[in-house]
Write a protein that binds this ligand. Structure first.
Ligand code: SF4
Ligand code: SF4
Length: 138
């Protein structure tokens, strides 16, 4: 794409008012202090080597089809994403959309190792939809 094409594409994105955001990931600089875990409104943060579940801290129950089309058993224990450090489940992270103005894990982390995950790019609407899906009663 030449520079005019890039400018045009950027202008179109602005017109569409689509805000691109990313889920948060914990880097290997984590010191395992545990400060972030209780701050997550979606229970998306787990200690290294702990199993996780879709129904932990959410209203999900039984067999559910996630907004991304994946069918899961909400109560089934899932494999830890990390065995060594705290980790974030991308399917449960909404970047705190629907609850807070900013990611709470990043706000409390003493070593600034909660950062945007460039491999998990979502729009603000998608994140809000995920939040409403997990917490329809809120
Ligand atoms: S950004 Fe918010 S929802 Fe995502 S893991 Fe951190 S505290 Fe949880
Ligand atoms: S607050 Fe930061 S250092 Fe502490 S467990 Fe969470 S990610 Fe790791």
């Amino acid at each position: 794409m030449n520079c005019f094409g890039f400018i045009f594409a950027t202008a179109n994105l602005r017109n569409l008012k689509i805000k691109i955001v990313m889920a948060i990931i914990i880097t290997d600089e984590c010191i395992n202090c545990g400060a972030c875990e209780p701050e997550c409104p979606n229970t998306a943060i787990y200690e290294g080597a702990d199993d996780w579940r879709y129904n932990d801290g959410t209203s999900l129950d039984g067999t559910v089809v996630l907004p991304n089309g994946k069918e899961v058993d909400a109560a089934e224990a899932q494999e830890p994403i990390s065995d060594e450090i705290y980790y974030i489940v991308p399917d449960k992270c909404t970047e705190c959309q629907g609850f807070h103005e900013e990611p709470q894990c990043a706000a409390v982390c003493p070593v600034d190792c909660c950062v945007p995950d460039e491999d998990v790019v979502e729009t603000e609407d998608e994140l809000l939809g995920k939040q409403r899906f997990m917490h329809p009663e809120d």
